[in-house]
Ligand binder design. Structure first.
Ligand code: ZN
Length: 496
């Protein structure tokens, strides 16, 4: 729609979005290119851009425009305009309701927290990290209170990552998932089947392979690129998407699956409606939906028979000596290796969600006060033993393994498992509709999947919450059933 107030708001949102994209670029460059001695100037550059971005979205005129449009000052809003205004309201409130002193305090604490965590983790010294966590928890509760959610701070944190989510919605879903996963893990671990460890692949060949794979599945390199960073990530919009991967790990397929994962994030951004990149209509629905896109390509597609029917010959061409004595079945089992471990990020697709469920349980107890920070390591180890059947040998491998809480990112972990559930449910629908088929994949054709995701997920922007999006795209309510069915179908035949 178009009206004077609406057009003025759109122009302001565009400016804020462009400033945000400059911030993204500085962050990407920091991780990929920045000379070690140039960090100080980069810090200043980022601070200036962050201030400008904050000023653009918190501008009083933005508040006036949103308020005017909300009461129909410029006539009734159509559905799309309502979505744009609703999100502008949310972003404007977040930017204006937090006092500047609080924002500064939180940023400083975040940076202090990160360094304290890195030090504590290296020394496996939880006691030195405990005060940081206690402060971060308190700041999170204060933030929720400023935004009018003081009565349910953990739900506020969940909703921050996945709009509309709450512990009451997630709790039963995760409980059902944990119950269903236990027998699958038991069957696999008692099968006596041990996947082979593949010999290391030369980096040059890995680089060639992941470029070919990500291009083939549909990442548009005329609007994005792939570089190397310590931790793989993807940033930017569909107009300019930057992905990274890494090569220095003992697992020769790690770089490939990291790249497919990040390309999945990138293809979501690239699939959002171009003409709306600067408003909610052209932006991602939330963390969980974002993760569903990366996971779907990484796991459902990237570990399928059809996918490997197409790429295995190329893999053998690139790494002939490394794979000389590895049969096709051995290779496929190595690609779908399952082994419970204590580290979340090193976990396979089957056990990974148990690590997320552990963090969800613990975060709830921390926020309710049922669990004191000092008792975290013991609670962590007991929960891991119950869910995964393992106990870490040190806090470094236990409660100190993740960076997230060090800067106060609570409520973030559940997005990973929500994403896995959404991915499996979208996949089920695509398989039923013959949109996803091993026959197409085996011919190197992944276009039907990408087209379907464009139409049913990407085109929606932020119009739907995660639950609404799943209902609309699959015709069913979000349920862990589809993830459990998918895992059984893929893994049980391999491990029996
Ligand atoms: Zn991801």
């Amino acid at each position: 729609m178009t009206s004077a107030l609406y057009d003025e708001l759109i122009a302001k949102l565009r400016k804020a979005h462009v400033l945000g994209s400059v911030g993204d670029l500085l962050m990407w460059d920091e991780q990929v290119n920045l000379p070690a001695g140039s960090a100080e100037l980069r810090g200043e550059q980022q601070a200036v851009i962050a201030q400008l971005h904050h000023a653009a979205i918190s501008e009083a005129r933005v508040g006036e425009l949103v308020a005017g449009l909300e009461v129909g000052q410029d006539g009734p809003l159509d559905d799309d305009a309502r979505t744009v205004v609703r999100w502008a309201r949310r972003d404007h409130d977040r930017a204006t309701k937090l006092p500047p002193e609080f924002v500064r305090e939180k940023a400083e604490q975040g940076s202090r927290g990160f360094h304290a965590w890195a030090k504590a983790r290296a020394a496996s010294d939880f006691a030195s990290y405990a005060p940081v966590l206690a402060t971060n928890l308190e700041l999170a509760k204060r933030e929720a209170a400023y935004l009018g959610r003081g009565d349910s701070p953990y739900d506020y944190m969940l909703d921050k990552h996945d709009p509309g989510m709450s512990a009451a919605i997630i709790g039963p879903l995760f409980a059902e998932l944990a119950e269903g996963l236990a027998p699958i893990v038991r069957t696999i671990t008692s099968s006596g089947k041990t996947p082979r460890t593949l010999a290391p692949f030369p980096i040059e060949g890995q680089r060639t392979l992941l470029r070919e794979v990500t291009e083939r599945i549909g990442f548009d390199y005329t609007r994005g690129r792939m570089d190397v960073a310590l931790h793989p990530f993807s940033i930017g919009s569909g107009a300019d998407n930057r992905m990274t991967t890494r090569y220095d790990t003992p697992d020769p397929l790690d770089s490939l699956f990291s790249a497919i994962h990040e390309a999945g994030h990138g293809m979501y951004e690239q699939g959002l409606p171009r003409e709306h990149y600067h408003t909610a209509l052209g932006q991602a629905a939330g963390m969980g939906v974002h993760e569903s896109q990366s996971r779907l390509w990484e796991n459902q597609v990237g570990r399928s028979r059809g996918f490997w029917a197409f790429f295995e010959p190329r893999l053998r061409e690139l790494f002939p000596t490394q794979l000389a004595d590895v049969s096709s079945e051995e290779l496929y089992l190595a690609i779908n290796a399952v082994e419970p471990v204590v580290i979340r990020t090193a976990s396979d697709e089957v056990t990974y969600n148990l690590h997320v469920i552990l963090r969800f349980e613990i975060e709830q107890k921390l926020f309710s006060g049922e669990l004191a920070v000092a008792d975290l390591p013991a609670a962590w180890n007991a929960t891991l033993q119950r869910l995964v059947g393992l106990t870490p040998t040190s806090d470094k491998e236990g409660v100190l393994q993740d960076v997230h809480w060090s800067d106060g990112s609570f409520g973030y972990f559940p997005s990973y498992t929500l994403g896995n559930m959404v991915a499996a449910q979208l996949w089920t629908t695509m398989v039923e509709a013959k949109v996803a088929s091993d026959d197409d994949f085996a011919r190197g054709d992944f276009s039907k999947v990408l087209d379907w995701l464009h139409a049913n997920v990407h085109a929606r922007g932020k119009r739907d919450t995660l639950l609404e999006l799943v209902r609309r795209a699959t015709g069913r309510e979000l349920s862990p059933r589809y993830l459990l069915d998918y895992l059984r179908a893929r893994y049980l035949p391999l491990y029996t």
